[in-house]
Design a protein around this ligand. Sequence first.
Ligand SMILES: *Cc1c(COP(=O)(O)O)cnc(C)c1O
Length: 366
Amino acid sequence: MRLYRTARPHLAAVSEYRPGKPIEEVERELGIRGAVKMASNENALGPSPKAVAAARGALGNVHRYPDGGCFYLRRELSKRLGVKPESIVFANGSDEALVMAVRAFAGPGDEVIVADPTFLIYGIAAAAAGARVVRVPMRDFRYDLGSMAARVSPKTKLIFVANPDNPVGTYVTVRELAAFLGRIPKSVVVVLDEAYFEFAAREKKDYPDGLKFLKVHPNLVVTRTFSKAYGLAGLRVGYAASNPEIAAALNKVREPFNVNLPAQAAALAALSDSAHLGRTLKAVSEGRKLLERELGKMGLVTVDTATNFILIDLGARDAEAVYEKLLRKGVIVRSMAAWGLRGFLRVTIGRPADNRRFLRALKETL
Ligand SMILES: *Cc1c(COP(=O)(O)O)cnc(C)c1O
């Protein structure tokens, strides 16, 4: 696609983000029904019923602008997380918090360090801002934090660490994170993306809570989201927690009413629905065991995951062709082509019936 000629020239080299295919799109394009989406790491159990009721309750007031300061959500979250209210910046999904970090800290002439492979938004946002993206390959599917720290230069403004990583699913440990943060100059902002915090914190004993590092590292930003374990991806609520000075910078590039009214109400209600969160974490844990065991029986290698998705190595097989065949069977997983991961697929852990349907479709396909 050509760019309109007054668009900023560096945008020509920026790739667009392509999300997992929506169910309606697959059904429309292939003329099928009853497709299941296991492509975007959404909550397979759905949203908390309490969150849905709260969002519905807010609809009668949507002629009003939402509270730009998210007062009630901020008060509750600040209490739960043990961080000052002014340390939290809310976002239209944590994606927006990541983009705000780039807008506030990096521009032309600056460098942004990311892992490879990792969440695509980091590189896209940095490139769109005109910054140079420095990619540091993972080692054995784990962050190579030593090499990332070694790439810091006087031009480095930002480093993104997804913990756990997407699309790989592995995490960095408390010790690894502490050592890394100790090596990074205070002039460089480290964004620790904890989109899968709830899953990892339940499964892995040495998984760090990034918020615990905020006091010692004033250059740290921790992002979290209501899109994954809390099941509100469609409402778009996430946040960044940081030292209040960083939060002040993020607020300057934040759109005034970026978190809408039903979303604020739903997020607040979701926080108090610990039963739904508990059910979600249990379903993911059980689904992961089933999928890992059955994929193993099929002779497939999976990467040990701390999340609600699994990266699967299809070996010498054509993963794109497998992805397409699964689509035709109504099973939407994620092609890894955009990450340059040849021979891999990523599948989101679903409900028990979804998992079995995926396994059956994959067996038939292979
Ligand atoms: C899903 C995801 C996010 C954010 O999603 P939002 O819906 O924008 O909150 C952020 N980082 C990673 C690594 C993710 O996988």
